[in-house]
Design a protein around this ligand. Sequence first.
Ligand SMILES: Nc1ncnc2c1ncn2[C@@H]1O[C@H](COP(=O)(O)OP(=O)(O)OP(=O)(O)O)[C@@H](O)[C@H]1O
Ligand SMILES: [Zn+2]
Length: 466
Amino acid sequence: MSIKIYNTLTREKQAFQPIEEGKVRMYVCGPTVYNYIHIGNARPAIVFDTVRRYLEYKGFDVNYVLNFTDVDDKIIKTANELGENVFDVSNRYIDAYLEDVSRLGVKKASHNPRVTDTMQDIIHFIESLVEKGYAYEADGDVYFKPRAFEGYGKLSHQSIDELRSGARIQIGEKKDDPLDFALWKAAKEGEISWDSPWGKGRPGWHIECSAMAKKYLGETIDIHAGGQDLTFPHHENEIAQSEANNGKSFANYWMHNGYININNEKMSKSLGNFVLTRDLLAEHDPNVIRFFMLSVHYRHPINFSNDLLESAKNSLERVKTSYQNLEHRKASSTNLDHQADEWLEKIDDFKKRFEAEMDDDINTANAISVLFDLTKEANVYLNQDHTSVEVINLFQETILTFLDILGITIKEEETLLDEVIEELIQERNDARKNRDFNRADEIRDLLKEKGIILEDTPQGVRWKRG
Ligand SMILES: Nc1ncnc2c1ncn2[C@@H]1O[C@H](COP(=O)(O)OP(=O)(O)OP(=O)(O)O)[C@@H](O)[C@H]1O
Ligand SMILES: [Zn+2]
Protein backbone atom coordinates (compact mmCIF):
# COMPACT_ATOMS: atom_id res chain seq x y z
CA MET A 1 0.00 0.00 0.00
CA SER A 2 1.19 3.47 -0.67
CA ILE A 3 1.66 6.25 1.84
CA LYS A 4 -1.11 8.82 2.07
CA ILE A 5 -0.24 12.34 3.10
CA TYR A 6 -2.63 15.08 4.13
CA ASN A 7 -1.86 17.95 1.78
CA THR A 8 -2.70 21.44 3.08
CA LEU A 9 -2.95 22.58 -0.55
CA THR A 10 -5.81 20.24 -1.47
CA ARG A 11 -7.12 19.66 2.06
CA GLU A 12 -7.15 15.94 1.33
CA LYS A 13 -5.15 12.87 2.08
CA GLN A 14 -3.40 11.97 -1.16
CA ALA A 15 -1.39 8.93 -2.22
CA PHE A 16 2.27 9.89 -2.18
CA GLN A 17 3.79 9.82 -5.64
CA PRO A 18 7.36 11.11 -5.87
CA ILE A 19 8.57 13.15 -8.83
CA GLU A 20 11.47 10.78 -9.36
CA GLU A 21 11.04 7.05 -8.73
CA GLY A 22 12.48 6.03 -5.34
CA LYS A 23 13.57 9.54 -4.39
CA VAL A 24 12.09 12.22 -2.19
CA ARG A 25 13.01 15.90 -2.18
CA MET A 26 11.95 17.31 1.15
CA TYR A 27 12.31 20.86 2.48
CA VAL A 28 11.56 21.80 6.08
CA CYS A 29 11.62 25.44 7.20
CA GLY A 30 14.18 25.71 9.94
CA PRO A 31 14.55 28.03 12.90
CA THR A 32 15.45 31.68 13.14
CA VAL A 33 18.50 31.37 15.34
CA TYR A 34 18.43 34.00 18.06
CA ASN A 35 17.61 31.84 21.07
CA TYR A 36 17.50 28.25 22.31
CA ILE A 37 14.55 26.32 20.91
CA HIS A 38 11.46 25.61 22.96
CA ILE A 39 9.69 22.29 22.71
CA GLY A 40 7.14 23.79 20.31
CA ASN A 41 10.02 24.35 17.89
CA ALA A 42 11.23 20.81 18.57
CA ARG A 43 7.93 19.39 17.32
CA PRO A 44 8.49 19.99 13.56
CA ALA A 45 12.07 18.74 14.00
CA ILE A 46 10.82 15.46 15.48
CA VAL A 47 7.71 14.84 13.40
CA PHE A 48 9.30 15.56 10.03
CA ASP A 49 12.34 13.49 11.00
CA THR A 50 9.85 10.68 11.62
CA VAL A 51 8.28 11.24 8.19
CA ARG A 52 11.77 11.00 6.73
CA ARG A 53 12.59 7.85 8.70
CA TYR A 54 9.40 6.18 7.52
CA LEU A 55 10.04 7.13 3.89
CA GLU A 56 13.54 5.69 4.24
CA TYR A 57 12.14 2.53 5.81
CA LYS A 58 9.91 2.23 2.74
CA GLY A 59 13.02 2.36 0.58
CA PHE A 60 13.03 5.98 -0.56
CA ASP A 61 16.23 7.92 -0.82
CA VAL A 62 15.36 11.19 0.95
CA ASN A 63 17.17 14.42 0.24
CA TYR A 64 16.28 16.32 3.42
CA VAL A 65 16.96 20.04 3.57
CA LEU A 66 16.47 22.17 6.67
CA ASN A 67 17.60 25.78 6.51
CA PHE A 68 18.80 28.26 9.10
CA THR A 69 17.60 31.85 9.00
CA ASP A 70 20.81 33.34 10.32
CA VAL A 71 20.20 37.02 9.68
CA ASP A 72 16.98 38.80 10.61
CA ASP A 73 15.60 41.63 12.79
CA LYS A 74 15.45 39.48 15.95
CA ILE A 75 19.01 38.21 15.52
CA ILE A 76 20.31 41.73 14.92
CA LYS A 77 18.42 42.98 17.99
CA THR A 78 19.83 40.19 20.17
CA ALA A 79 23.37 40.83 18.89
CA ASN A 80 23.05 44.56 19.67
CA GLU A 81 21.72 43.87 23.16
CA LEU A 82 24.59 41.50 23.94
CA GLY A 83 27.28 43.62 22.25
CA GLU A 84 28.08 40.73 19.91
CA ASN A 85 28.01 40.47 16.14
CA VAL A 86 25.27 38.70 14.20
CA PHE A 87 27.47 35.68 13.48
CA ASP A 88 28.37 35.18 17.15
CA VAL A 89 24.68 34.93 17.92
CA SER A 90 23.63 32.80 14.94
CA ASN A 91 26.56 30.37 15.22
CA ARG A 92 25.90 29.85 18.91
CA TYR A 93 22.22 29.04 18.38
CA ILE A 94 22.79 26.92 15.28
CA ASP A 95 25.18 24.75 17.32
CA ALA A 96 22.67 24.64 20.16
CA TYR A 97 19.85 23.69 17.79
CA LEU A 98 21.86 20.87 16.23
CA GLU A 99 22.87 19.59 19.66
CA ASP A 100 19.30 19.66 21.01
CA VAL A 101 17.69 17.95 18.04
CA SER A 102 20.43 15.35 17.74
CA ARG A 103 19.85 14.40 21.37
CA LEU A 104 16.19 13.99 20.43
CA GLY A 105 17.17 11.41 17.83
CA VAL A 106 16.76 13.70 14.81
CA LYS A 107 18.95 12.50 11.96
CA LYS A 108 21.40 14.89 10.34
CA ALA A 109 19.84 16.70 7.39
CA SER A 110 21.32 16.12 3.93
CA HIS A 111 21.89 19.89 3.80
CA ASN A 112 21.58 22.71 6.32
CA PRO A 113 21.91 25.83 4.17
CA ARG A 114 22.27 29.21 5.84
CA VAL A 115 20.87 32.42 4.43
CA THR A 116 24.20 34.22 4.69
CA ASP A 117 25.83 31.48 2.57
CA THR A 118 23.11 31.68 -0.09
CA MET A 119 23.14 35.44 -0.61
CA GLN A 120 24.08 35.46 -4.32
CA ASP A 121 21.35 32.93 -5.18
CA ILE A 122 18.82 35.01 -3.26
CA ILE A 123 19.86 38.20 -5.06
CA HIS A 124 19.62 36.50 -8.48
CA PHE A 125 16.19 35.17 -7.60
CA ILE A 126 14.98 38.68 -6.73
CA GLU A 127 16.54 40.15 -9.89
CA SER A 128 14.70 37.60 -11.96
CA LEU A 129 11.37 38.42 -10.27
CA VAL A 130 11.92 42.13 -10.99
CA GLU A 131 12.75 41.36 -14.64
CA LYS A 132 9.60 39.28 -15.01
CA GLY A 133 7.42 42.06 -13.62
CA TYR A 134 6.45 40.38 -10.31
CA ALA A 135 8.51 42.70 -8.15
CA TYR A 136 9.60 46.34 -8.03
CA GLU A 137 12.19 48.46 -6.32
CA ALA A 138 11.28 51.34 -4.02
CA ASP A 139 14.07 53.35 -2.44
CA GLY A 140 16.47 50.45 -1.94
CA ASP A 141 13.72 48.01 -0.90
CA VAL A 142 12.29 45.43 -3.31
CA TYR A 143 8.66 44.24 -3.02
CA PHE A 144 6.77 41.32 -4.48
CA LYS A 145 3.27 41.97 -5.89
CA PRO A 146 0.93 39.09 -4.97
CA ARG A 147 -1.70 40.59 -7.27
CA ALA A 148 0.55 39.84 -10.24
CA PHE A 149 0.54 36.13 -9.35
CA GLU A 150 -2.59 34.25 -10.22
CA GLY A 151 -3.26 31.68 -7.53
CA TYR A 152 -2.17 33.76 -4.55
CA GLY A 153 -4.05 32.42 -1.52
CA LYS A 154 -4.37 28.83 -2.78
CA LEU A 155 -2.45 27.27 0.10
CA SER A 156 -4.22 29.10 2.91
CA HIS A 157 -7.53 28.97 1.01
CA GLN A 158 -8.17 32.69 1.05
CA SER A 159 -9.10 35.01 -1.80
CA ILE A 160 -6.92 37.97 -2.60
CA ASP A 161 -9.77 40.36 -1.75
CA GLU A 162 -10.26 38.82 1.70
CA LEU A 163 -6.54 39.21 2.29
CA ARG A 164 -6.58 42.77 0.99
CA SER A 165 -9.19 43.85 3.52
CA GLY A 166 -6.98 42.79 6.44
CA ALA A 167 -3.71 44.28 5.19
CA ARG A 168 -2.28 47.68 6.18
CA ILE A 169 0.77 49.65 5.09
CA GLN A 170 2.96 50.31 8.14
CA ILE A 171 4.65 53.65 8.70
CA GLY A 172 7.96 53.78 6.84
CA GLU A 173 7.00 51.09 4.30
CA LYS A 174 7.36 52.15 0.72
CA LYS A 175 5.09 49.62 -0.93
CA ASP A 176 2.31 50.35 -3.44
CA ASP A 177 -0.26 47.88 -2.17
CA PRO A 178 -0.71 46.69 1.44
CA LEU A 179 -0.49 43.10 0.18
CA ASP A 180 3.01 43.55 -1.24
CA PHE A 181 5.79 42.01 0.82
CA ALA A 182 9.53 42.67 1.03
CA LEU A 183 12.03 40.58 -0.92
CA TRP A 184 14.92 42.89 -0.07
CA LYS A 185 15.24 45.42 2.74
CA ALA A 186 17.56 48.44 2.44
CA ALA A 187 20.11 48.49 5.27
CA LYS A 188 19.48 50.75 8.23
CA GLU A 189 22.38 52.75 9.63
CA GLY A 190 25.06 50.51 11.18
CA GLU A 191 23.26 47.26 10.33
CA ILE A 192 24.92 44.24 8.75
CA SER A 193 24.33 44.33 4.97
CA TRP A 194 25.21 42.82 1.61
CA ASP A 195 25.77 44.58 -1.73
CA SER A 196 23.00 44.21 -4.28
CA PRO A 197 21.76 45.88 -7.48
CA TRP A 198 19.46 47.94 -5.18
CA GLY A 199 22.21 49.03 -2.79
CA LYS A 200 23.20 47.61 0.57
CA GLY A 201 20.62 45.54 2.36
CA ARG A 202 19.47 42.06 3.30
CA PRO A 203 16.78 39.66 2.15
CA GLY A 204 13.23 39.28 3.42
CA TRP A 205 12.35 36.01 5.15
CA HIS A 206 10.15 34.40 2.48
CA ILE A 207 12.53 34.69 -0.48
CA GLU A 208 15.27 32.86 1.43
CA CYS A 209 13.37 29.57 1.43
CA SER A 210 12.39 29.87 -2.24
CA ALA A 211 16.05 30.38 -3.14
CA MET A 212 17.44 27.67 -0.84
CA ALA A 213 14.83 25.08 -1.91
CA LYS A 214 15.66 25.75 -5.57
CA LYS A 215 19.40 25.59 -4.99
CA TYR A 216 19.37 22.30 -3.10
CA LEU A 217 16.29 20.50 -4.44
CA GLY A 218 15.35 22.03 -7.81
CA GLU A 219 12.30 23.90 -9.07
CA THR A 220 9.67 21.36 -8.04
CA ILE A 221 9.99 19.48 -4.77
CA ASP A 222 8.01 16.61 -3.31
CA ILE A 223 7.32 17.63 0.28
CA HIS A 224 7.50 21.04 1.88
CA ALA A 225 6.92 21.13 5.61
CA GLY A 226 6.78 23.35 8.68
CA GLY A 227 4.64 24.40 11.59
CA GLN A 228 1.01 25.31 11.00
CA ASP A 229 1.71 29.01 11.62
CA LEU A 230 3.94 29.07 8.55
CA THR A 231 1.05 28.33 6.15
CA PHE A 232 0.28 32.03 5.88
CA PRO A 233 2.00 34.22 4.97
CA HIS A 234 5.33 32.39 4.78
CA HIS A 235 4.46 29.36 2.66
CA GLU A 236 1.85 31.22 0.60
CA ASN A 237 4.58 33.73 -0.28
CA GLU A 238 7.13 31.01 -1.03
CA ILE A 239 4.69 29.50 -3.54
CA ALA A 240 4.03 32.89 -5.17
CA GLN A 241 7.75 33.69 -5.53
CA SER A 242 8.82 30.25 -6.74
CA GLU A 243 5.96 29.61 -9.14
CA ALA A 244 6.06 33.16 -10.56
CA ASN A 245 9.78 32.80 -11.17
CA ASN A 246 10.13 29.18 -12.23
CA GLY A 247 6.82 28.81 -14.07
CA LYS A 248 6.40 25.40 -12.40
CA SER A 249 4.52 23.96 -9.50
CA PHE A 250 6.69 24.52 -6.39
CA ALA A 251 5.83 21.67 -4.01
CA ASN A 252 3.50 18.71 -4.50
CA TYR A 253 2.68 18.02 -0.83
CA TRP A 254 2.47 20.60 1.95
CA MET A 255 2.65 19.18 5.48
CA HIS A 256 2.01 21.27 8.60
CA ASN A 257 2.34 20.21 12.22
CA GLY A 258 -0.08 21.37 14.93
CA TYR A 259 0.99 23.42 17.93
CA ILE A 260 2.34 22.55 21.29
CA ASN A 261 0.19 24.62 23.60
CA ILE A 262 0.46 25.61 27.22
CA ASN A 263 -2.94 26.04 28.85
CA ASN A 264 -4.40 25.84 25.36
CA GLU A 265 -2.35 28.75 24.10
CA LYS A 266 0.42 28.38 21.49
CA MET A 267 3.82 28.06 23.11
CA SER A 268 5.92 30.94 21.79
CA LYS A 269 8.91 33.03 22.65
CA SER A 270 6.93 36.23 22.33
CA LEU A 271 4.27 35.11 24.84
CA GLY A 272 6.96 33.90 27.23
CA ASN A 273 5.03 30.66 27.96
CA PHE A 274 7.75 28.35 26.76
CA VAL A 275 9.76 25.41 28.03
CA LEU A 276 13.24 25.23 26.54
CA THR A 277 14.10 21.92 24.95
CA ARG A 278 17.46 21.81 26.73
CA ASP A 279 15.86 22.40 30.12
CA LEU A 280 13.52 19.49 29.48
CA LEU A 281 16.45 17.38 28.26
CA ALA A 282 18.26 18.02 31.53
CA GLU A 283 15.39 16.35 33.40
CA HIS A 284 14.12 13.67 31.06
CA ASP A 285 15.42 10.88 28.88
CA PRO A 286 15.33 12.25 25.29
CA ASN A 287 13.52 9.08 24.22
CA VAL A 288 10.69 9.88 26.60
CA ILE A 289 10.35 13.39 25.15
CA ARG A 290 10.27 11.98 21.64
CA PHE A 291 7.78 9.29 22.62
CA PHE A 292 5.56 11.95 24.20
CA MET A 293 5.74 14.06 21.01
CA LEU A 294 4.81 11.14 18.75
CA SER A 295 2.02 9.82 20.93
CA VAL A 296 -0.26 12.43 19.31
CA HIS A 297 -0.91 12.68 15.56
CA TYR A 298 1.33 15.38 14.12
CA ARG A 299 -1.54 17.57 12.92
CA HIS A 300 -3.31 17.64 16.29
CA PRO A 301 -2.48 20.10 19.05
CA ILE A 302 -0.70 18.90 22.18
CA ASN A 303 -1.42 20.62 25.44
CA PHE A 304 1.93 20.28 27.17
CA SER A 305 1.88 18.93 30.71
CA ASN A 306 4.12 17.00 33.06
CA ASP A 307 1.40 14.38 33.33
CA LEU A 308 1.67 13.64 29.63
CA LEU A 309 5.44 13.32 29.93
CA GLU A 310 5.05 11.06 32.92
CA SER A 311 2.63 8.86 31.05
CA ALA A 312 5.03 8.69 28.07
CA LYS A 313 7.75 7.64 30.48
CA ASN A 314 5.62 4.83 31.90
CA SER A 315 4.56 3.66 28.46
CA LEU A 316 8.11 3.51 27.19
CA GLU A 317 9.08 1.69 30.35
CA ARG A 318 6.46 -0.97 29.56
CA VAL A 319 7.94 -1.47 26.10
CA LYS A 320 11.43 -1.78 27.60
CA THR A 321 10.29 -4.29 30.19
CA SER A 322 8.64 -6.40 27.54
CA TYR A 323 11.82 -6.34 25.47
CA GLN A 324 13.92 -7.33 28.48
CA ASN A 325 11.53 -10.13 29.43
CA LEU A 326 11.97 -11.53 25.96
CA GLU A 327 15.74 -11.32 26.35
CA HIS A 328 15.71 -13.14 29.70
CA ARG A 329 13.58 -15.93 28.34
CA LYS A 330 16.02 -16.84 25.61
CA ALA A 331 18.25 -18.96 27.84
CA SER A 332 15.37 -21.10 29.08
CA SER A 333 13.67 -21.54 25.70
CA THR A 334 13.11 -25.17 24.88
CA ASN A 335 12.43 -24.64 21.19
CA LEU A 336 9.62 -27.18 21.62
CA ASP A 337 7.02 -24.66 20.64
CA HIS A 338 4.98 -26.43 17.97
CA GLN A 339 3.11 -23.30 17.04
CA ALA A 340 6.20 -21.27 16.23
CA ASP A 341 5.21 -20.77 12.60
CA GLU A 342 1.83 -19.40 13.57
CA TRP A 343 3.47 -16.99 15.98
CA LEU A 344 5.91 -15.84 13.33
CA GLU A 345 2.97 -15.09 11.06
CA LYS A 346 1.13 -13.31 13.84
CA ILE A 347 4.10 -11.03 14.45
CA ASP A 348 4.26 -10.29 10.76
CA ASP A 349 0.63 -9.14 10.92
CA PHE A 350 1.64 -6.56 13.53
CA LYS A 351 4.16 -5.22 11.07
CA LYS A 352 1.43 -4.84 8.47
CA ARG A 353 -0.81 -3.10 10.98
CA PHE A 354 1.98 -0.75 12.03
CA GLU A 355 2.72 0.11 8.41
CA ALA A 356 -0.97 0.66 7.65
CA GLU A 357 -1.13 3.26 10.44
CA MET A 358 2.04 5.00 9.28
CA ASP A 359 0.79 4.89 5.67
CA ASP A 360 -2.30 6.74 6.84
CA ASP A 361 -0.76 10.23 7.04
CA ILE A 362 2.00 9.11 9.43
CA ASN A 363 -0.38 8.27 12.25
CA THR A 364 2.24 7.70 14.94
CA ALA A 365 -0.41 7.74 17.68
CA ASN A 366 -2.12 4.65 16.25
CA ALA A 367 1.20 3.08 15.26
CA ILE A 368 2.26 3.33 18.92
CA SER A 369 -0.95 1.49 19.89
CA VAL A 370 0.10 -1.31 17.55
CA LEU A 371 3.49 -1.36 19.30
CA PHE A 372 1.71 -1.75 22.66
CA ASP A 373 -0.45 -4.55 21.28
CA LEU A 374 2.69 -6.27 20.06
CA THR A 375 4.30 -6.10 23.50
CA LYS A 376 1.10 -7.45 25.08
CA GLU A 377 1.20 -10.33 22.63
CA ALA A 378 4.84 -10.93 23.54
CA ASN A 379 3.82 -11.20 27.18
CA VAL A 380 1.15 -13.74 26.23
CA TYR A 381 3.78 -15.70 24.35
CA LEU A 382 6.15 -15.72 27.30
CA ASN A 383 3.39 -17.19 29.47
CA GLN A 384 3.51 -20.37 27.43
CA ASP A 385 5.43 -23.36 28.75
CA HIS A 386 7.47 -23.74 25.61
CA THR A 387 9.03 -20.90 23.70
CA SER A 388 11.31 -20.74 20.72
CA VAL A 389 14.27 -18.43 20.27
CA GLU A 390 13.25 -17.77 16.68
CA VAL A 391 9.90 -16.34 17.77
CA ILE A 392 11.51 -14.36 20.60
CA ASN A 393 14.02 -12.91 18.17
CA LEU A 394 11.29 -11.84 15.78
CA PHE A 395 9.34 -10.20 18.62
CA GLN A 396 12.46 -8.29 19.61
CA GLU A 397 13.43 -7.35 16.08
CA THR A 398 9.93 -6.09 15.35
CA ILE A 399 9.83 -3.99 18.52
CA LEU A 400 13.20 -2.47 17.58
CA THR A 401 12.12 -1.85 13.98
CA PHE A 402 9.01 0.04 15.13
CA LEU A 403 11.04 2.04 17.63
CA ASP A 404 13.68 2.83 15.03
CA ILE A 405 11.05 4.25 12.66
CA LEU A 406 9.90 6.42 15.55
CA GLY A 407 13.52 7.41 16.25
CA ILE A 408 13.55 5.89 19.73
CA THR A 409 16.20 3.70 21.34
CA ILE A 410 15.67 1.49 24.37
CA LYS A 411 18.99 -0.26 24.55
CA GLU A 412 20.65 0.97 27.72
CA GLU A 413 24.14 1.13 26.30
CA GLU A 414 23.11 3.62 23.66
CA THR A 415 22.22 6.40 26.07
CA LEU A 416 23.40 7.35 29.52
CA LEU A 417 20.96 9.27 31.66
CA ASP A 418 22.13 12.55 33.13
CA GLU A 419 21.80 11.23 36.67
CA VAL A 420 23.95 8.19 35.87
CA ILE A 421 26.62 10.49 34.46
CA GLU A 422 26.49 12.71 37.55
CA GLU A 423 26.84 9.66 39.80
CA LEU A 424 29.86 8.40 37.88
CA ILE A 425 31.48 11.83 38.06
CA GLN A 426 30.90 11.88 41.81
CA GLU A 427 32.46 8.43 42.11
CA ARG A 428 35.45 9.65 40.09
CA ASN A 429 35.83 12.69 42.38
CA ASP A 430 35.78 10.42 45.41
CA ALA A 431 38.29 8.06 43.81
CA ARG A 432 40.63 10.96 43.14
CA LYS A 433 40.28 12.22 46.70
CA ASN A 434 41.24 8.72 47.87
CA ARG A 435 44.16 8.76 45.42
CA ASP A 436 42.64 5.80 43.58
CA PHE A 437 43.76 7.12 40.21
CA ASN A 438 43.22 3.83 38.41
CA ARG A 439 39.51 3.89 39.22
CA ALA A 440 39.32 7.60 38.37
CA ASP A 441 40.87 6.98 34.94
CA GLU A 442 38.66 3.97 34.41
CA ILE A 443 35.55 6.10 34.93
CA ARG A 444 36.86 8.80 32.67
CA ASP A 445 37.46 6.21 29.90
CA LEU A 446 34.08 4.62 30.43
CA LEU A 447 32.34 7.96 30.04
CA LYS A 448 34.46 8.77 27.01
CA GLU A 449 33.37 5.52 25.40
CA LYS A 450 29.76 6.63 25.85
CA GLY A 451 30.55 9.97 24.20
CA ILE A 452 30.68 11.99 27.44
CA ILE A 453 33.52 14.46 27.64
CA LEU A 454 34.80 15.64 31.02
CA GLU A 455 36.44 18.97 31.57
CA ASP A 456 38.26 19.73 34.82
CA THR A 457 37.75 23.39 35.71
CA PRO A 458 38.66 25.38 38.84
CA GLN A 459 34.93 25.25 39.74
CA GLY A 460 34.85 21.47 39.49
CA VAL A 461 34.18 18.96 36.76
CA ARG A 462 31.95 19.91 33.82
CA TRP A 463 30.65 17.42 31.30
CA LYS A 464 29.11 17.45 27.87
CA ARG A 465 27.93 14.95 25.30
CA GLY A 466 30.44 14.68 22.48
N1 LIG B 1 4.13 26.11 19.76
C1 LIG B 1 4.55 25.52 18.66
N2 LIG B 1 4.15 24.28 18.36
C2 LIG B 1 4.56 23.64 17.25
N3 LIG B 1 5.40 24.18 16.34
C3 LIG B 1 5.86 25.44 16.58
C4 LIG B 1 5.45 26.16 17.73
N4 LIG B 1 6.07 27.38 17.72
C5 LIG B 1 6.84 27.41 16.60
N5 LIG B 1 6.71 26.26 15.91
C6 LIG B 1 7.43 25.88 14.68
O1 LIG B 1 8.82 25.87 14.96
C7 LIG B 1 9.57 26.08 13.75
C8 LIG B 1 10.70 27.06 14.00
O2 LIG B 1 10.16 28.32 14.04
P1 LIG B 1 10.86 29.70 14.35
O3 LIG B 1 12.27 29.59 14.72
O4 LIG B 1 10.49 30.62 13.25
O5 LIG B 1 10.09 30.04 15.68
P2 LIG B 1 8.81 30.85 15.88
O6 LIG B 1 7.66 30.29 15.11
O7 LIG B 1 9.15 32.26 15.63
O8 LIG B 1 8.61 30.59 17.40
P3 LIG B 1 8.04 31.65 18.40
O9 LIG B 1 6.62 31.86 17.98
O10 LIG B 1 8.17 31.03 19.72
O11 LIG B 1 8.91 32.86 18.23
C9 LIG B 1 8.52 26.51 12.72
O12 LIG B 1 8.22 25.42 11.87
C10 LIG B 1 7.33 26.89 13.56
O13 LIG B 1 6.13 26.73 12.85
ZN1 LIG C 1 10.51 28.66 4.85
